[in-house]
Design a binder for this molecule. Sequence first.
Ligand code: NAI
Length: 247
Amino acid sequence: MSMDGRTCVITGSARGIGRGIAEYLGEEGANVVINYRSSEGAAHDAVDAIESAGGSAVTAQADVSDRDAVEHMREVCLKAFGPADVLVNNAGITADHQFTEMTRADWDRVMDVNLGGMFNCTQTFYDDIWNAEEGRLINISSVVGKQGNFGQANYAAAKSGMFGFTRTIALELAQGGSTANCVAPGFTATDMVETVPEHVLERIISSVPLERLAEVEDIAAVVRFLASEDSSYVTGEVIDVNGGMDL
Ligand code: NAI
């Protein structure tokens, strides 16, 4: 499942799930673009980790909700490695409130990053992925996009919006031989769930047949498969990686 010489752009990859994906792809021989918004130090740590495993990586600062910044990220990618073969739209945020307390600003912020960022990055890298030999678009959604979650109307709407987007782009990219898929992780042990109160986490874990949170590596392994040539005939899918939460 070698990724030798394939250029992979992973948004929000200085930490968490994105970092795990970056390291897995880097270890397989990919050239990795580590995108970050503000955590420059962590982004450089990610590059160091990939380089010490024998891979190649560069950092690219960009807020994915800013189209000009995303265009600049593509320039960084072109200069370092050439056009992208794989784009992983991973950057995401939450702004949780029960709906009656949710402001329009909470809604807009989550839409701007989770959906707007996916739009900006996909459109900016679209021609690269189209022209690549078996290009890959991989969007990181969430179990919350399927099931909903108390206090996350904005995030759930954004994450289920990714499903329709992915299926549509899969149809459009198919004519060029490239694929688009979604991964829907269950609750994963990263900074994002650190804000979840302990008693709520315990309730979540008790609803998971495999009786644990996902680790970053559980998600990265599935993305690695979708990024590889082994997934050539898989497109427009949502792959659940949630320990059986919907069984
Ligand atoms: P995280 O909060 O640890 O990492 C998210 C990364 O995205 C951070 O590095 C952050 O700086 C970056 N980011 C945020 N806004 C950005 C922007 N505007 N531009 C560029 N980068 C930006 O979160 P985690 O857990 O690693 O999440 C990664 C993805 O997985 C997200 O899309 C999240 O919604 C999704 N997810 C996470 C789950 C979890 O339980 N942790 C479960 C299901 C999905």
